[in-house]
Design a protein around this ligand. Structure first.
Ligand code: PEP
Ligand code: MG
Length: 913
């Protein structure tokens, strides 16, 4: 090449041995800039006079590059001391999950470009950027650790995305004191993101000066990868028109999966772009991590042979909601963890017994069980770090992914629960996620084993998801770990058979995965304990639905209990007692036997009404979620449904149920009850601790004080009207009552009633109307609310929370957030007085309605109905039958004068004896 010598003499010695072919001629690159000077001179019509522009256009034109072994020196972007990546106190960096390179403890505060190239990424929090060099090498510089949380505070970008920068050019200025004070660390990472391209990476150590000293020296493989990457960076990208995201829940699992599946059909490199953030549109995980929200402005950027078609088609799909625009109820989706805390299982903190034998946690599901420990601890799978060559390890990984897909297919075939099958569908999608697989494959290039690379990849993604604000996306972290372990087990040659537990097991786990729950032999598991999770976790919900005792958030020491250790699990108190003495054991057995015997007797008598010894009738109804529970309630002696938590029909899915589906469900409950027994359907009670995927309510500082209960319905009148029409359609089949949750003001009640009146008029059907009294203002105003309704039902779970200003799910406050506090009792008294003055009945459907200690007081306060969990019905009826209403009234008068919940409880304990 005759020009080469000329360039060398003119522009200095070769730094990069790399040739650029253009118009059939090959040019040596002296540096990318100098080569582009050549191009600028010889092709003025294409290239502008500024080198940056030339470089960009050259990239954009997609000129092919043939690369001889390429060397690249990376300069210090900051002055300071170099630290090996392994010493960085952050797993993702230390394990080189983000890339290989070096860390720097800075003494300067202006980040300089360590190489020349284009700023291809500038994080919206301005703490990190990527420069892509002319050779297609991506250099990520990440200032500090956890600095993303500063959301840009203390950082001032001096360049923009897409800008061409020279080595040594200032990129970001930052306030080192502020950042050091607020972030975990100022350690700044310089990372090469394409590990598979590197033949060698040498990092320096010691003190370095910004813009002057070399900190990393790279040698790249002479492979097509460079050209391919250049094409991806440089091939003229096509942008779609901006699209406003219509999906109420953003691109969460389902729509993200639809988009990723559609993107995979195209050959081009496709990105979902939001401002300066972007995600690989073919990756379900990457789309979820982007954490989009409704009304975000998004664009598709595509580069490749079918870029135009892809950008247009995917933008259209985005605009249509990625499948979520289907009529409600037509698209069943992978279920999510339910987030509703049932009244009957309100969390209660427990303290250690003091003898070291008792472990405390949060009550997830009440009940007593004696059994032997079985640790479902996910044994750490031994992973060899060094691989047998990238190609060999890649083949192993592919085979493991294939086998995992087959395993899941087989699991699905044996499931009778379609909801769980949908969870497993989502797992199969994750097994095909290109970003997840790419991340693993990139690590294989550093001579790592398939297992090591895969584990690093899925751990990285699960922890990124676990950190997101959106609880629905956070829950996906568990799914990624679950599916990740499955593949890891295959790679390690461990058979993941159905978990076989001995009979009489008390299961201990850090957390239970969906796969675990799908494969567990429930006939042998007497109780659960998990170290993670609270009352809203998967395991708590599972335990409650199975009706077996369970504790969440138990002390970690539970994990150290030997398999086979004898324990007594008290789900109601949230305590696990190990190695009980003979006396304790016999006491527990006696209690269980007594409980069982009494349950049998009470059940046998439960068909009769509950009447006090002096003739006062108390209606005992059930809190239910669906028709099945309603049938059970009737069999247990339930005299009606005092609370149908309709939100259960709305949760575990990605679209709201249609009017038809809801009407069917309400009709089924009504039919299960019969025409006489009252059915109280509570309208949608979400918000606060009960999020819905498709109903984002926006971030709120205090969700319990924000859009919750009736406020959500008034905010989304269409959703509300649909539900009201559906309830009214069930009117011909039962004794229907409509109840509004969380009414705080008369205005809210009137607004809700206005909408109901319109729907009643439209349908020609009507039902009785009531409100839940669960906010102190409603109790205080009961006298004024009563004339406008047919009944009240007191939600003591929330009434306690709002009266005492104590979060009902807070483990540390659980013991104090007592529904028997005199302040709560006084509000109950006011509510009853207000209702009775106007001839309206009052029920209690909060947790204390089923509490034996509270029932005498509630009766004494004049409550007409107790609505309780189905299994509690026979016991509540039996207790009512033993009480005298006169005694109860005297008791109530007495405790209303007391100052503390402790005094009340002491008095009630004495009364019960
Ligand atoms: C209550 O608050 O007491 C109640 C019954 O409603 P939920 O527990 O469903 O919020
Ligand atoms: Mg409530």
């Amino acid at each position: 090449m005759p020009q080469t010598e000329a360039f060398r003499s003119r522009f200095g010695p070769l730094q990069h041995e790399c040739s650029l072919t253009f118009d059939g001629s090959a040019y040596d690159l002296v540096t990318s800039t100098t080569a582009l000077r050549l191009i600028a001179r010889s092709h003025r019509n294409i290239v502008g006079t500024k080198h940056g522009v030339a470089f960009r256009r050259a990239l954009a034109a997609g000129w092919p590059m043939t690369a001889a072994p390429l060397k690249l020196d990376i300069l210090a972007p900051l002055s300071g001391v170099l630290i090996p990546l392994e010493s960085v106190p952050d797993q993702a960096f230390a394990q080189k999950l983000v890339g290989d390179g070096v860390s720097l403890d800075p003494t300067s505060a202006e980040l300089l470009a360590p190489v020349e190239g284009i700023v291809t990424q500038l994080h919206s929090a301005h703490h990190a950027l990527t420069i892509t060099t002319g050779g297609g090498i991506e250099v990520l510089i990440h200032i500090g650790i956890d600095t993303v949380l500063l959301k840009g505070e203390g950082f001032k970008p001096l360049v923009t995305r897409g800008e061409y920068v020279q080595a040594g050019q200032a990129l970001i200025a930052f306030d080192a004191d502020l950042v050091a004070g607020k972030a975990r660390s100022l350690l700044t990472q310089v990372l090469i993101q394409d590990a598979e391209k590197l033949a060698r990476l040498t990092s320096r150590s010691g003190l370095v000066k910004a813009g002057r000293d070399v900190i990393l020296s790279l040698e790249m493989h002479a492979s097509a990868a460079v050209g391919a990457n250049l094409a991806a960076v440089g091939a003229a990208p096509v942008y779609s028109a901006p699209v406003q995201l219509p999906n109420p829940g953003g691109l969460h699992a389902r729509p993200a999966a639809v988009l990723a599946a559609a993107a995979k059909k195209f050959k081009s490199d496709i990105r979902l772009v939001r401002g300066s953030d972007e995600a690989n549109a073919k990756s379900l995980v990457a789309i979820m991590v982007l954490s989009t929200q409704q009304h975000d402005t998004l664009r598709i950027r595509a580069a490749g042979p079918d870029a135009e078609v892809a950008a247009a088609a995917l933008a259209r799909l985005l605009g249509e909601g990625c499948g979520e625009a289907e009529p409600p109820g037509t698209a069943p989706l992978p279920p999510r963890a339910m987030s509703t805390q049932s009244a009957e299982s309100a969390a209660s903190a427990a303290t250690d017994s003091g003898d070291g034998k008792e472990l405390a946690g949060i009550s997830a599901s009440p009940g007593l069980a004696v059994g032997r420990i079985f640790q479902l601890r996910q044994e750490a799978i031994e992973v060899v770090e060094v691989g047998a060559g990238a190609q060999h390890e890649r083949a192993r990984l592919d085979a493991a992914l294939h086998e995992a897909r087959q395993q899941i297919e087989a699991l699905k075939a044996n499931l009778d629960d379609p909801a769980k099958a949908l969870i497993l569908d989502a797992h199969q999608e994750l097994l095909e996620d290109p970003d997840l697989i790419d991340l693993a494959v990139a690590t294989l290039g550093s001579n790592k084993s398939a297992a090591f690379a895969w584990r690093a990849a899925y751990n990285s993604y699960s922890s990124r998801l676990a950190q997101l604000d959106n609880p629905l996306l956070r829950e996906r972290a568990n799914d990624i770990r679950d599916v990740g372990r499955r593949v890891l087990a295959i790679l390690a040659g461990i058979k993941q058979a159905r978990i076989v537990v001995p009979e009489g097991t008390i299961l201990i786990a850090e957390e239970l995965t969906p796969s675990d729950t799908a494969t567990l032999d429930r006939s042998r598991v007497l109780g659960f304990c998990t170290t993670t999770g609270g009352a809203t976790s998967h395991v708590a919900i599972l335990a409650r639905s199975l009706g077996i005792p369970a504790i969440c958030g138990i002390a970690e020491a539970a994990l150290a209990l030997e398999n086979g250790t004898l324990v007594v699990l008290d789900g109601g108190k949230g305590r696990l007692r190990r190695d009980p003495s003979a006396a304790e054991l016999s006491q527990a057995h006696q209690r269980m036997a007594r409980q069982a015997e009494r349950r049998e007797q009470e059940k046998a008598a439960a068909g009769a009404p509950a009447i006090t010894t002096d003739g006062q009738r108390i209606e005992v109804a059930a809190n239910v979620r669906n028709a099945d529970e309603t049938r059970e309630a009737v069999a247990m002696g339930g005299e009606g449904v005092g609370l149908l938590r309709s939100e259960f029909l709305f949760s575990d899915r990605d679209t709201a149920p249609s009017e038809k589906e809801q009407a069917g469900a309400y009709q089924a409950v009504a039919e299960a009850l019969g025409r006489q027994r009252p059915l109280v359907i509570r309208t949608l009670d979400v918000g606060g601790d009960k999020p819905l995927a498709y109903l984002p309510l926006g971030a709120e500082d205090n969700p319990f004080l924000g859009l919750r209960g009736i406020r959500v319905s008034l905010d989304r009148p269409e959703l509300f009207r649909t539900q009201l029409r559906a309830i009214l359609r069930a009117v011909p089949f039962g004794n229907l009552h409509i109840m509004f949750p969380m009414i705080a003001t008369l205005d809210e009640l009137r607004a809700a009633k206005r909408i109901l009146a319109e729907e009643q008029q439209a349908t020609g059907l009507s039902a009785k109307v009531g409100v839940m009294i669960e906010v102190p203002s409603a109790a205080v105003m009961a006298d004024l609310l009563a004339p406008e309704v047919d009944f009240f039902s007191i939600g003591t779970n929330d009434l306690t929370q709002y009266t005492l200003a104590m979060d009902r799910g807070h483990p540390k406050l659980a013991a104090q957030a007592d529904g028997l506090h005199p302040a709560v009792l006084k509000l109950i008294a006011m509510t009853v007085a207000g209702a009775h003055r106007h001839g309206k009945w009052v029920g209690v459907c909060g947790g204390i309605a089923g509490d034996a200690m509270a029932i005498p007081v509630l009766i004494g306060l004049g409550v007409d109905e107790l609505s309780v969990a189905v299994p509690a019905i026979p016991a509540v009826k039996a207790l009512v039958n033993r009480l005298s209403s006169v005694d109860c009234r005297a008791l109530a008068d007495e405790v209303l004068q007391m100052a503390t919940a402790t005094e009340v409880r002491e008095r009630l304990a004495a009364f019960a004896e």
